[in-house]
Design a protein around this ligand. Structure first.
Ligand SMILES: Nc1ncnc2c1ncn2[C@@H]1O[C@H](COP(=O)(O)OP(=O)(O)OP(=O)(O)O)[C@@H](O)[C@H]1O
Length: 271
């Protein structure tokens, strides 16, 4: 079973072609990074995968379900989506809730039930341990830093034994240490010491966030796939210089791709 299959997908909005000719397959056992400049179409692809937008052309299949022939609410129960904006939303809704309860609530998020039992508490605590965050268990959400909140929300998403977990620019706004702590926790999660491992989709603008656990990369440029496939084939200076419209030199350090800007290839756009 493929986890995601987008076939000949295009999406037009207000007469503007936002995504075009997208053919992309994610297989079980792969973890993908999606990388591209602002406005390249990353969020639009996520909205298609989660059924929040409908392609103008082409087909979308996720977790074995062809969209248009399935109850999207059922598919969405298998998909987690963690982003900085979601962290802000949950903090506004539940400012005083302690982190452990926020994690536990992930189990019931999709069906709206609340039946906390001791076993759930153990699992939630274990997930916090996996995310380097057990020391936060009793703290109210509103006092946590951005990075701490992101780790708690990833643990929350993992509570419902997902098949697909979208990490949507999770390092936005984090300083270098908070970023590395979060990345370390994601890497541990991908290696599944204590829990079921979903397929990960990691969306970012920053190549160095592509951890060793990511096997494949989808590189987007102006709503099209600029390159796609195994990480070491896609993450090259040539591919990134083309997609980023700026001359970059890529080198691998710690099995992560770091880029250095060489020179402008053209006038940078304002997007
Ligand atoms: N609902 C919409 N209506 C009209 N235009 C849209 C809509 N959603 C996205 N766009 C446009 O489509 C393009 C791609 O946007 P998208 O949000 O997918 O990019 P992105 O790669 O996620 O960008 P960023 O990195 O800034 O989040 C942008 O030019 C955006 O303005």
């Amino acid at each position: 079973m493929t986890t995601i299959q987008l076939s000949d997908v295009s999406w037009v909005r207000n007469q503007k072609m936002i995504l075009s000719d997208i053919n992309w397959t994610v297989k079980k056992g792969e973890h993908w990074a999606i990388i591209g400049l602002n406005g390249s179409g990353k969020t639009s692809i996520l909205n298609l995968i989660t059924g929040y937008t409908w392609p103008t052309k082409g087909t979308v299949e996720v977790l074995g379900h062809r969209f248009g022939k399935v109850d999207l609410r059922e598919v969405r129960k298998q998909i987690g989506w963690v982003s900085a904006s979601m962290a802000d939303r949950i903090t506004t809704d539940k400012p005083l809730e302690r982190a452990l309860d926020v994690v536990i609530s992930g189990k019931y998020a999709s069906v709206g039930l609340w039946e906390n039992d001791a076993h759930d508490e153990d699992i939630a605590y274990q997930l916090l341990v996996e995310m380097n965050s057990e020391h936060l268990a009793d703290k109210p959400l509103q006092v946590l830093s951005q990075g701490e909140k992101q780790r708690v929300l990833i643990a929350r998403a993992m509570m419902s034994k997902l098949d697909l977990l979208i990490l949507d620019e999770p390092c936005t706004g984090l300083d270098v240490r908070a970023r590395e702590t979060l990345l370390q926790a994601i890497d541990r999660l991908a290696h599944g010491q204590t829990s079921h491992v979903p397929t990960l989709l990691y969306v970012t603008h920053h190549s160095e966030e592509i951890l060793p656990c990511f096997t494949h990369v989808l590189l987007l440029k102006n709503g099209k796939i600029s390159a796609s496939g195994p990480k070491h084939e896609v993450m090259t200076s040539e591919h990134l210089s083309d997609a980023f419209e700026i001359d970059v030199d890529l080198s691998w350090r710690g099995n992560r791709p770091w880029i250095q800007v060489e020179s402008w290839t053209q006038t940078p756009s304002t997007s």
